[in-house]
Ligand binder design. Structure first.
Ligand code: FMN
Length: 231
């Protein structure tokens, strides 16, 4: 069981990073092999939207290549970001952008368990944490699972001084690991979204990918075909 925590706050010892590390402690207690990815220390170019990742590969050769590999090899992913303007911060957003349309089209995070963590001064953290945790839940060809999320409003305090919040984070780390161990299927998760996906979204994507399998969608087609998700 491999779990990675992707941390996007520039504050190495800040609130959202502290909660993410606490979650990793919980995961390790359950027997997971844990890895921290501290995004601000990595060199990651901004996605330009060229979509070459769909046809061949991303033209950038930067630290993201290694990070993406770690994420793809993980069974569980914890995304941790501060709440900035009621959204994840730009560093997390760029990480998600770089996973990109390729991830969207191939559902490369399908089958993985996700958790989201965010902290805010006053409000918005719960929504941001949930949105991060939902990243793979809505995948088109293979769904991922939402193990849980933790959004904390810190007010004037700091999470490192709050034993309750640290415990919530540790329990989230334990939970995502237990889900992996138990192959939890969350049968009723996102039922309506899955129905819409099955009836409308997936058939359309399927057609577009097949039509362009030798050209603009070659990398996507090859990936899905190797995983037996398209024929
Ligand atoms: C640019 C910026 C935008 C922010 N936007 C919000 C916000 O929309 N809502 C809120 O409650 N707090 C907001 N905050 C406060 C941070 O979310 C809060 O300080 C957070 O805990 C920082 O996390 P960190 O310690 O992990 O860096 C903002 C802070 C900054 C610097």
């Amino acid at each position: 069981m491999k779990i990675v925590a992707v941390i996007s706050s520039s504050n190495y010892h800040g609130n959202s990073a502290t909660l993410a590390r606490e979650a990793l402690k919980g995961a390790a207690e359950e027997g997971a092999q844990v890895t921290e990815i501290f995004l601000p220390k990595q060199k990651i170019e901004f996605c330009t939207g060229c979509l070459k990742c769909l046809a061949r590969e991303c033209p950038f050769s930067d630290d993201f290549t290694t990070i993406r590999q770690l994420v793809y090899e993980a069974d569980g992913i914890i995304l941790s970001s501060p709440t900035f303007a009621a959204a994840p911060n730009a560093i997390m957003k760029n990480f998600i952008d770089r996973l990109g349309m390729y991830e969207r089209f191939t559902s490369s995070l399908g089958g993985k368990y996700m958790a989201g963590i965010s902290t805010a001064g006053a409000m918005g953290a719960k929504q941001v944490a949930t949105r991060l945790a939902c990243m793979a839940r809505d995948s088109i060809f293979k769904r991922g699972y939402l193990s849980g999320s933790l959004g904390v409003s810190i007010g004037a305090g700091r999470v490192m001084d709050n034993a309750d919040q640290l415990l919530l984070a540790r329990n989230l780390g334990r939970k995502i690991t237990q889900d992996i161990k138990n192959h939890k299927k969350y049968l009723f998760q996102n039922l309506f979204g899955r129905l819409i996906n099955y009836l409308f979204v997936k058939p359309n994507f399927y057609k577009v990918i097949l039509k362009n399998r030798a050209g603009s969608m070659k990398a996507v087609y090859d990936n899905l075909s190797q995983r037996g998700l398209i024929s």
